[in-house]
Design a protein around this ligand. Structure first.
Ligand code: SF4
Ligand code: ZN
Length: 307
């Protein structure tokens, strides 16, 4: 039997269980853009005067985000940090560059090894932390710093509904109050920090995949090997299983948290400014004597030199 599009009554090819709805391709694209627009409006994330920098990994989430923001009329440039992981970094860079070329958008590319004068494995060893934790820290730090240096007024990332609902579950299970206080889709501008937003917070991974296919976006499919085994995957499986049995659980869970957030963490997203001060070496806000990035640079510099 032919599936009917709920909006136009034509032939539907896309079924969205979470919304108990079926859509044709054109109405799906309109639905997707509306979800992104609503998130931007609900949290006052961006305005059309903002100069926006998107963190581009070359994967579908960040490229779909870049694409949809451009279509919605925002001034968006991309930033890609090459992590030098054999088997995944080449593809990621190539897909980011291909998208920028196709759309005529600006893409800024940097290399992590040049920023810290070491590779990511050496950096993780120096910090005695998992590779992803150090990689994430360097990316966040440099993304913010570069945005300030180049006069961008907002930085955006491709975190979506699946990411955010899984993170929320993990933060609640371990009752990580500090992380909960920061789990808001927009963090305002603060001394040393550019405004940060997650405009894909209302759309799921599946919806992004459909959007990328319909918009003909070529994205990197090779996953970074370090992504495997991340604890976040356990929570993603859990929320996926809830969603399968009870469609729309993810969006309900996250939206309810955001509603309650306004009551419980009203001022908390400023991360208790009294505890933060500029890093004496680079000016980035930190609660320690120096920021993590400067700590990493010291630890790498004090490594025994190879003969
Ligand atoms: Fe970096 Fe981990 Fe992401 Fe790989 S999976 S790019 S190591 S944060
Ligand atoms: Zn610093």
């Amino acid at each position: 039997m032919m599936m009917k599009c709920r909006v136009c009554g034509g032939q539907a090819t896309i079924k969205l269980e979470s919304y108990n709805t079926k859509l044709c391709e054109r109405d799906f694209l309109a639905f997707f853009e509306r979800r992104v627009k609503n998130a931007i409006k609900d949290f006052d994330m961006l305005n059309h005067q903002d100069r926006v920098l998107v963190a581009v990994s070359g994967g579908k989430d960040s490229l779909a985000l870049w694409d949809v923001l451009r279509r919605l009329g925002y001034q968006v440039s991309g930033y890609h940090l090459v992590v030098n992981i054999p088997g995944s970094s080449e593809d990621a860079l190539q897909k980011s560059q291909a998208f920028a070329e196709k759309t005529g958008a600006e893409l800024i590319v940097e290399n992590l090894a040049e920023l810290i004068d070491a590779d990511i494995k050496a950096a993780a060893r120096a910090m005695k932390k998992p590779v992803c934790s150090v990689c994430g820290m360097v990316k966040r730090y440099r993304f913010n710093q570069l945005a300030s240096e180049h006069g961008f007024t907002a930085v955006v990332t491709g975190h979506h509904l699946d990411d955010e609902s899984a993170t929320l579950l993990g933060n609640l299970v371990h009752w990580q109050e500090d992380y909960l206080a920061r789990q808001y889709p927009v963090l305002p501008v603060r001394p040393g920090m550019v405004k940060k937003a997650k405009p894909l917070v209302y759309v799921s991974k599946k919806e992004i995949e459909i959007y990328a296919r319909l918009r003909d976006i070529a994205f990197a499919s090779s996953e970074c090997p370090y992504a495997e085994g991340a604890t976040s995957l356990v929570y993603k499986d859990l929320v996926n299983s809830l969603e399968e049995k009870m469609p729309s659980t993810k969006i309900f869970f996250l939206k309810t948290f955001f509603k309650k957030y306004r009551t419980y963490f009203k001022d908390a997203r400023l991360e208790n400014p009294a505890e933060l001060h500029p890093c004496p070496e680079c000016g980035y806000p930190t609660s320690g004597p120096v920021c993590n990035f400067c700590q990493l640079k010291h630890k790498l510099a004090s490594r025994p030199k190879k003969p």
